[in-house]
Write a protein that binds this ligand. Structure first.
Ligand code: M6R
Length: 612
């Protein structure tokens, strides 16, 4: 949550900051602000509630010559969405932007008597006053030392933070420090940069480093210095961006979401094909030993939102195949449930961003209990990836739209590869069976292309959906796992109340909500429970629901049970999730767009949830 950009160098800082904020806006779009150090060493502060476009417009007038500045897009946590609560916050000589949550801000206010100073309702302003306090009254040496002020402040602060700070009397330098919340930095021929993620940096450089936790970064015009809390200079570990600027732009599509939906076939190819050896999944390039799979007696999958729903598909495949307990856990609940974890538990963490705080906390807990951690992550070098014992990267490229689409498909693809490898090395599948499993997996790629080649059925459904207040997604077994993701997609971007239900469970209460024309998306792709699902669909049809039925091709189904029938490309039952996911994403997309909503930036949401 919250986007951060800092810059110093020869370019026009206002332009760099605004452009960076536009790239980062998907992280939070309640308000935006920036602070620029002018050439005559003044500090110009501009901040506005509303999207970056509002700040861009108001700042157009400011004829400022600046080569050093910081900028922020906010996702509100402490304090409402107002100009005053927008970042940056100034306290004495310090101007600061922040991503994260200061848990002990109240205690800091009392202990340092800041109450009278505060003008906003934010925890961030408290941090600004604290840093200013240590800058102007250091207990450990002469005042006016920015490095020491930051170190002393973070020793007092409890919580997660990424701070970028300008000191009034230190021109041309940006200081930063982080704990949990992400920051990446880079030095290039056009200046030095720091940001909450790479999307803001890639137009300037391909080389970057992930700022280690509790290290101070000092951006100077030609280099980014890194110091640990003992004052030692640390050599940053440089990484290279493996995608280009175009991948982080809309490329002619009206929204990132539809672009990302269309990128799924290529993303799947990138994720699956390099991991095949003789038609079988092989993780040796990633240094994942088979003993990881043969030694475990239990698997815990932990994730949030869409990633968790991908995990539910994984469980439905893994458990019957391996015949060991597999659980799927909501990351935010996991650590409060006293999970039974030990060194025989394999914890599979799934996260697109690799920064979701609840998922990260679950990972740390599992590790403390001796469980081995295998993570499925999209963002290279992210915190979850770094803290895991083993990582399988998904190769979706940058996912910018808040609604996750291509990240879900590639998470599924990695789970399918894992299922196959685990079943093979645990002798639950023969080599021939594993090869034909992979052949089926590869067929999902042309199947998705086929769905993307004819958008008419999904557009047709969405025309009906736009006027709905409630919608239901039903299915059984694997189809139920797909329904959960379909309902999440619809509700998060179209604001239609959507519920996913196991089709057989509906009559135990929820069916009371079915009225004339309530849309029910019924997924019936699993042969062994097909007849039962159709009976459940008849139950809602009898209550005048508007049924959108998704089946495999040639399914034996009477036209009385549906209003719209979408047939999938031919695939065997275990693989239907791939085209079904794309159909459900398209329905959600066209519904949101049809309602004239902000598809890529739905209200109240942020792309990466770095607060608990
Ligand atoms: O980055 P992560 O995969 O850890 O994010 C998890 C969820 O926040 C995310 O999947 C969220 O549910 C999406 N907005 C859903 O489209």
């Amino acid at each position: 949550m919250c986007g951060i950009i800092g810059y110093t160098g020869p370019l026009d800082a206002k332009k760099v900051v605004i452009q960076g904020l536009e790239q980062l806006e998907y992280r939070g779009y309640d308000s935006a602000g920036m602070a620029l150090q002018t050439e005559d060493h003044h500090l110009l502060l501009m901040k506005e509630a509303g999207p970056v476009a509002v700040l861009k417009e108001t700042s157009r007038e400011a004829k400022v010559r600046s080569h050093c500045g910081i900028g922020h897009t906010r996702w509100a946590t402490h304090g409402g969405v107002t100009d005053t609560n927008a970042h940056p916050h100034t306290a004495g000589k310090v101007t600061l932007i922040h991503n994260g949550i200061i848990e002990n801000y109240h205690e800091i206010v009392e202990r340092f008597h800041f109450r009278e100073e505060l003008v906003s309702e934010t925890d961030t302003e408290v941090a600004a006053w604290l840093i200013n306090h240590f800058y102007t009254h250091s207990e450990k040496g002469p005042a006016g030392n920015p490095y020491r002020a930051l170190c002393e402040a973070v020793r007092t602060i409890k919580g997660s933070y990424a701070f970028c700070v300008l000191f009034e009397d230190i021109p041309g330098k940006v200081f930063a420090i982080r704990n949990v919340s992400p920051l990446v930095a880079a030095a290039s021929s056009v200046g030095t940069f720091i940001a909450s993620d790479l999307t803001a940096l890639i137009s300037y450089t391909r080389e970057y480093f992930v700022v280690p936790e509790n290290h101070v970064v000092v951006l100077e015009e030609e280099r980014a210095r890194l110091l640990d809390l003992e004052g030692h200079e640390v050599e940053p570990q440089m990484l290279e961006v493996n995608w280009d600027t175009e991948a982080a732009q809309k490329g002619g599509y009206p929204h990132f979401m539809i672009k990302e939906i269309n990128e799924q076939p290529e993303a799947l190819e990138r994720t699956i094909k390099p991991r095949l050896n003789g038609g079988l999944p092989d993780f040796s390039e990633e240094n994942i030993p088979d003993t990881l799979f043969t030694d475990c007696e239990k698997i815990d999958i932990v994730a949030c939102g869409t990633a968790m729903y991908a995990g539910m598909v994984g469980k439905s495949l893994l458990e019957p195949m391996l015949k060991i307990p597999v659980s799927v856990n909501i990351a935010s609940e996991f650590r409060y449930e006293q999970p039974l974890l030990d060194e025989r538990t394999l914890t599979i963490i799934i996260s697109q961003s690799g920064e979701t705080i609840d998922t990260l906390a679950a990972l740390r807990l599992a590790k403390e209990h001796g469980s081995r951690i295998l993570s499925i992550v999209n963002v290279k070098g992210s915190t979850i990836a770094r803290e895991s014992d083993y990582v399988l990267y998904t190769h979706a490229g940058p996912e910018i739209a808040v609604a996750s689409t291509k990240a879900y498909s590639v998470q599924l693809a990695v789970l399918y590869l894992l299922v196959c490898r685990m079943a093979l090395v645990r002798n639950c599948m023969t080599e021939e069976e594993a090869q034909s499993f992979i052949e089926e997996l590869l067929k999902t790629i042309p199947a998705i292309r086929q769905v993307l080649g004819d958008l008419t059925p999904c557009k047709h459904v969405s025309e009906r959906m736009v006027s709905a207040r409630n919608a239901f997604f039903i299915g059984r077994g694997l189809d139920y796992a797909f329904s959960l993701e379909g309902a999440l997609k619809l509700k998060e971007i179209s604001y239609i109340h959507a519920e996913a239900y196991a089709a057989g469970e509906l009559k135990h209460g929820t069916i009371a909500l079915i009225e004339k024309n309530t849309p029910v998306v019924a997924i019936a792709t699993q042969e062994h429970i097909f007849a039962k699902t159709i009976s459940n669909i008849r139950e809602v049809k009898a209550r005048d629901a508007y049924v959108i039925l998704i089946t495999k091709p040639g399914a034996d189904v009477s036209s009385e049970v549906y209003d719209i029938h979408i047939e999938l490309p031919e695939l065997s039952d275990r693989f239907t999730v791939f085209p079904v996911a794309v159909i459900l994403q398209l329905i959600a997309y066209y519904t949101s767009d049809g309602k004239g909503l902000n598809v890529d930036k739905p209200r109240n949401l942020a792309k990466s949830v770095t607060v608990e």
